[in-house]
Design a protein around this ligand. Structure first.
Ligand code: FAD
Length: 463
């Protein structure tokens, strides 16, 4: 319900770049009688160095020097930045269509968000991050800045398919292994239906003009325009080029579910390496929250009701449970998710050899299956799950290199980078997570099994 006299509230978007089915949007609209605007903060230095310290709350330079941070790894690739900008651009249109507006600024959220909130005279800022270590630190900084002006931060639980409050255990009692988690939640949890966009009040024209000018400036800031240009050029070998933004995620669902019925064979095809349709390819949109996992779950149910319900349709749901598991995992373990010794506190495989690491990143190890995968990642920002497992196992287990270097490289390159799934899967493969199985892969046997005709190795064999 719209209440014209209610004070304005802000929704601070993080990895929830949509209006529909968004707890922060619904919560803010409810609290402020529909009088809400959005803000999205673009990183000030997206291409700065990744340091292994940034999730440890320690001074970055001294910590990085002590650990030997991975050499030459930027925080994001231009391709990942472009995907973010495309998503933000569509989000601006969504806010406009709903009658309100999105402020896009660049800088440190701890400064930008309180400054905007003070300028707009709001009482509350609502947000819905995946509350991992960095995100909590950001929350605390924004909270302090808001409190100085008598305003408050309201944090919503959002990024998972299952709501944290529906789980049959507290987050700090999250089962150590995925199968126990899955059994428990399948017995007792239900996926809530996606929420509609609430009714929003029309904001004054003057506010929209201000927001639009700020967004134009932020999107054209140094580094941003170059990212968009870089993303215009797709390698001809790439069979799938995801464009950021909600409409493209919805189009992918339409195609993969309804136009091609690929979902009905997913369990058989999901280990594929070449082509666009062996898996859903929804991860880039899920990672930035331009579509929600609940929306995908609802679409699976609809497909099962209208077309077919089989092992494959269940398997997609099963994979979304893996995603949830790692989102809860990173909340549970906080700083330990990023420690060399992992959540088990094991002695890690931790050689820090810049030359061997460089060869892995560039795809020049001499092992054809690994090199093909690493070239595909560098050129497209994408990699199948099968290839991710193999290259991670190769780096951490075969070469015995600090697994965090590999996780940092993935964070930098993957368009679908998602903090829990990335760092959690890396711990699993490196043997410092809670995985009961040894995930050392025989990459030659894997290549023979999954790339029988050598098509994948031939495709990415050079360049
Ligand atoms: C070392 C390593 C790093 C990874 N880093 C990331 C990452 O940064 N971001 C990311 O989204 N996934 C990551 N994954 C998981 C998985 O590889 C990708 O989610 C998947 O390849 C994305 O392609 P898709 O959308 O076609 O997946 P599909 O096979 O169609 O699965 C549907 C969805 O389920 C989820 N999912 C599937 N497998 C996993 C898994 N093993 N763990 C968690 N969620 C899963 C994803 O959201 C995915 O979009 C990583 C896996 C490994 C082994």
């Amino acid at each position: 319900m719209i209440v014209a006299s209610a004070p304005l509230a802000i929704v601070w978007h993080r990895t929830d770049l949509r209006l529909v089915d968004n707890a922060a949007v619904t919560g803010a609209a409810h609290a402020a009688g529909g009088r809400i605007v959005g803000v999205c903060v673009l990183p000030a230095d997206p291409y700065g160095d990744v340091t292994l310290s940034r999730r440890r709350g320690v001074d970055p330079s001294s910590r990085a020097a002590a650990l030997g941070a991975p050499p030459g790894v930027a925080r994001s690739s231009p391709r990942r930045v472009a995907h973010l900008l495309q998503a933000v651009d569509e989000l601006c249109s969504e806010w406009e269509a709903a009658g309100s507006t999105l402020f896009v600024v660049q800088g440190d959220p701890g400064e930008c968000v309180p400054a905007l909130a003070a300028a707009l005279g709001v009482r509350e800022v609502h947000t819905a991050p995946c509350p991992a270590f960095d995100e909590r630190r950001e929350d605390a900084a924004v909270e302090r800045g808001l409190a100085a002006h008598g305003m408050r931060l309201v944090v919503h639980d959002e990024t998972t398919m299952l709501a944290a409050e529906d789980l049959p255990f507290a987050i700090d009692e999250l089962p150590d292994v995925f199968s126990s988690f899955r059994r428990a939640v399948e017995q007792s949890c239900r996926v809530r239906p996606p929420a509609a966009v609430p009714a929003l009040a029309r904001v004054p024209e003057e506010l929209r003009a201000r927001a639009s000018a700020l967004a134009d400036a932020a999107m054209a800031a140094p580094g941003m325009a170059e990212a968009m240009k870089a993303s215009d050029v797709a390698d001809p070998r790439a069979s799938f080029v995801p464009h950021g933004g909600r409409s493209h995620g919805l189009a992918r669902i339409r195609r993969w579910f309804w136009e091609t019925d690929c979902i009905a064979q997913y369990k058989e095809t999901r280990d594929g390496l070449v082509g666009a349709d062996f898996a859903s390819r929804l991860s880039p949109w899920l990672a930035l929250g331009t579509i929600s996992a609940r929306e995908v779950a609802a679409e699976i149910r609809r497909y099962e009701g209208e077309r077919v319900s089989n092992d494959s349709t269940y398997w997609l749901f099963f994979e979304l449970l893996w995603r949830d598991y790692f989102h809860f995992w990173v909340r549970r373990w906080q700083g330990r998710a990023f420690k060399a010794t992992g959540v088990l506190g094991r002695t890690p495989c931790g050689r820090q050899d810049p030359e061997a690491f460089r060869r892995w990143c560039e795809g020049t190890t001499g092992e054809p299956f690994i090199d093909a995968s690493m070239r595909e990642l560098r050129v497209t920002g994408q990699l199948s799950n099968r290839a991710r497992q193999n290259v991670a196992s190769w780096l951490a287990r075969t070469e015995g290199i600090d697994w965090r270097w590999g996780a940092a490289w993935f964070e930098s390159q993957l368009i679908d980078f998602d903090v829990g799934p990335n760092w959690g899967n890396w711990q699993y493969v490196a043997g410092v997570g809670n995985d009961p199985r040894n995930r050392t892969f025989n990459v030659r046997a894997q290549a023979e099994r999954y790339d029988t005709d050598g098509a994948y190795r031939a495709l990415w064999g050079a360049g």
